[in-house]
Design a protein around this ligand. Structure first.
Ligand SMILES: C[S@@+](CC[C@H](N)C(=O)[O-])C[C@H]1O[C@@H](n2cnc3c(N)ncnc32)[C@H](O)[C@@H]1O
Length: 263
């Protein structure tokens, strides 16, 4: 699940409370404030309208994307010229909002979102994003939609994966998504610390030859990395993005019947 700002802050308080610091609550509060200030993320100025909009509509406890993750989505689209975008898991619409900001900065493009749950969060997403020509929401199970888009010969330059995350489901979708992605296209996974997501990322890196993006060059430097490690208490990134470097025919997975033996 995408972790919203409110949840992140709660987690931040949690780790800070684990610090064994003598000196009473005043000292702890001061240290927490200092750490927060030192590690504070500076958002991309170009995404300010998205953040302002999100600040007015966010519902506590709902999955809204944090600034730093939204900025990575925006940069992967706007700075690298990836106009045709797909997301699995529309929900509150916050990730779609960053994607739409990305194509708006490019001056072209389209965002297709898939989410089967009209009653879960989609109403929030629809209220956030509104009806616009550059966005299509498909309210069906992604296990039917993704193969169908592949069958229709659709191609995407950027894919954001934030739907159902069991290994079997993700592996099935990764098969189609890897083939629908244009060469030079990017695929980004939310909840990358989940073992199932981590395994699918490994599959794409090892056997599809996908390369991890250079996070530092995309505004995801060491301070943010440390902050995320403190919040989530793991060195694994909460979200990751990979680039498709070659056409599928040139990938190891197409030339080794038994590649899975090495998984
Ligand atoms: C974490 S939310 C997405 C949040 C959204 N990306 C954001 O940050 O604004 C996950 C969404 O995936 C949807 N979902 C889960 N499994 C799905 C499936 N198999 N097909 C379609 N949608 C699915 C859920 O309905 C839920 O709205």
């Amino acid at each position: 699940m995408t972790i919203g700002t409110a949840v992140s802050e709660a987690d931040g308080r949690h780790w800070a409370e684990q610090l064994c610091i003598d000196g009473g609550p005043g000292v702890k509060t001061a240290i927490k404030a200092l750490v927060r200030r030192l590690l504070a993320y500076s958002p991309d100025g170009r995404t300010a309208p998205v953040r302002e909009r999100l600040a007015t509509v966010s519902h506590r406890g709902r999955p809204y994307v944090p600034d730093h993750e939204g900025d990575l989505i925006f940069r992967l689209i706007a700075d690298a010229g990836r106009p045709n975008c797909l997301e699995i898991g529309f929900g509150t619409g916050s990730t779609a909002a960053y994607m739409l900001a990305g194509i708006a900065a490019l001056g072209e493009g389209h965002v297709t979102s898939i989410d089967f749950s009209a009653d879960n969060f989609n109403h929030l997403g629809k209220a956030l994003v509104g009806a616009c020509e550059s966005h299509t929401l498909i309210e069906e199970n992604s296990n039917a939609v993704v193969p169908r888009l592949f069958g229709e010969g659709r191609r995407f330059d950027f894919v954001f994966v934030d739907g159902w995350k069991t290994f079997d489901h993700l592996t099935m979708e990764a098969y189609f998504l890897a083939r629908m992605l244009t060469v030079g296209g990017a695929i980004m996974f939310d909840d990358a610390f989940m073992p199932s997501v981590h395994r699918v990322i490994s599959l794409l890196k090892r056997f599809y030859d996908f390369k991890e993006v250079g996070y530092r060059d995309l505004g995801q430097g060491a301070r943010l990395r440390l902050w995320l490690a403190l919040i989530f208490r793991t060195s694994r990134r909460p979200y990751r993005a990979l680039i498709k470097e070659h056409d599928i025919e040139r990938m190891p997975v197409m030339n080794d019947w038994n590649f899975d033996a090495r998984l």
